[in-house]
Write a protein that binds this ligand. Structure first.
Ligand code: ADP
Ligand code: ASP
Ligand code: MG
Length: 423
């Protein structure tokens, strides 16, 4: 029988008992005759705790050392899971990302997987072992340095392994029963999606629905790996992320797949930029050189009297310091007046492939925010998404109001949050 690739998140590996429970689940699959390869995350909130520790030591730690620190979290869980499996009478071999052949580019903290060479994994499978791989990490082909894939990256490790090993499916085990129409921690009436398209899942993930890492969905789509998101605390069928969710069924494509929110971004405003050709290019070149991924960008029309304009954009909060430093360096060259930094923002996104053919979605979205008394600071759209930036304190209210306005609330509460701290 084929290879089964599974991923267990930190909330499923919170303590010794949880690790033993996961080990029993893995052994069940092995007993059923499958070869099993498992990607594991760091236990509980370990990654956040390591980040706190680093912040206590240095305000801007070197990216290389940050990766050396953070990868330790996944090394701890891989060894413990392997031990728990051997305790059940089966043998397991744990491997770091580098040992498992996860090859990345050289960008610390958000490396991209460029290849997976799973020779050692195949050998271990051939010898009858269960294989446990430390998620969220790899090794750079160029620099030979250890890298991490960005927060939530173990999902991507799992799908990349599934693709390299030609597995039929990749199972992502977490602390909720699947992908819901909104984060069940905010909207208890959220509904589980039985199936969702890669396209919509990409937008949900990109807009902060941290149930799946964005690159994992990109990888799944590129290699045609169906992703089954489900709970490690229940036996329920979860959500299938597939090419065409309506295929073979009677299901009609819903207009709205869900509402996502994101509290991980910050907003920078470059005030008083001279309104001349090339100024915006210089600003965004400086940010690109600093390896910063931007999200929304807004440039105001310049005031006629001064010919000065303001440019605002959003970016990951974790890149805030780096971006401010990079921009400060070019102040003389660009001649802008000052920089403003705001990390008390949140982003709410409404996502659905049905938006393409249904007018009036934007109007209804904005009306629901207005009725909830939520002020909109920035807006951006794609074919199947509308996003707004709001005050961070309004995020929960805005998500709930939108969910209700689009009739997404379940009549009976079905969402269960089994574990995790929501951190
Ligand atoms: P893991 O530790 O398993 O990787 P994460 O905390 O990364 O778990 O992701 C699971 C969490 O994602 C859930 O507990 C939930 O709070 C959150 N979440 C956000 N949006 C959604 C959504 N649309 N559907 C389900 N869960 C969501
Ligand atoms: N441990 C890492 C994180 O917390 C990776 C992961 O959980 O997927 O982001
Ligand atoms: Mg995760």
């Amino acid at each position: 029988m084929g290879i089964v690739v599974q991923k267990y998140g930190g909330s499923s590996l919170a303590d010794a008992d949880a690790i033993k429970r996961v080990a029993r689940r893995i052994v069940e699959v092995k007993k059923a005759g499958h070869d099993v390869v498992v990607a594991v995350s760091a236990m509980g909130d370990t990654t956040d705790e390591l980040l706190d520790l680093a912040a206590g030591v240095s305000p801007l730690p070197p990216a290389r050392e940050m990766d050396m620190l953070l990868t330790a979290g996944e090394r701890i869980s891989m060894a413990l899971v392997a031990m728990a499996i051997s305790d059940l009478g089966y043998t397991a071999r744990s491997f770091t990302g580098s040992q498992a052949g996860v090859i990345t580019d050289a960008v610390h903290g958000k490396a991209k997987i460029i290849d997976v060479t799973p020779g050692r994994i195949r050998d271990a499978i051939g010898e009858g072992h269960v294989v446990i791989v430390a998620g969220f990490q790899g090794v750079s082909a160029d620099t030979k340095e250890i890298t991490t894939l960005g927060r939530g990256g173990t999902d991507t490790t799992a799908v990349a392994l599934a693709a390299a090993l030609e597995a039929d499916v990749c199972e992502i085990y977490t602390d909720v029963d699947g992908v819901f129409t909104a984060d069940p921690r905010i909207v208890p009436a959220a509904r589980k999606l039985d199936r969702v398209s890669y396209e919509e899942m990409l937008e949900l993930a990109a807009c902060g629905a941290k149930i799946l890492h964005l690159r994992c969905v990109e990888y799944g789509r590129r290699y045609g790996i169906p992703i089954h998101v489900r709970s490690s605390f229940s036996q329920l069928t979860g959500t299938w992320v597939v090419d065409d969710p309506t295929e073979g069924g009677t299901m009609e494509q819903a207009i709205i797949a869900g509402v996502a929110h994101d509290r991980s971004e910050a907003k920078i405003t470059v005030v008083g930029v001279p309104d001349k050709v090339g100024e915006a290019a210089r600003i965004f070149e400086a940010l690109a050189e600093a390896q910063i991924n931007l999200d929304m960008i807004v440039q105001n029309i310049s005031a006629a009297a001064t010919s000065l304009t303001d440019i605002s954009f959003t970016l990951p909060r974790t890149d805030g310091q780096t971006a401010m430093t990079a921009l400060a360096r070019i102040q003389g060259e660009v001649g802008y007046e000052k920089l403003l930094y705001d990390d008390k923002i949140g982003k709410i996104s409404l996502i659905g492939a049905g938006m393409r053919s249904h007018p009036g979605i934007t109007a209804k979205f904005f009306a629901s925010l207005a009725a909830a008394g939520v002020n909109i600071e920035m807006i951006s759209t794609s074919e199947i998404r509308i996003s707004v930036v709001v005050d961070e304190k309004d995020v929960d209210e805005a998500v709930k109001a939108t969910h209700t306005a689009f009739d997404l609330d379940a009549e009976e509460i079905e969402a269960v949050v089994y574990g995790g701290t929501g951190r």
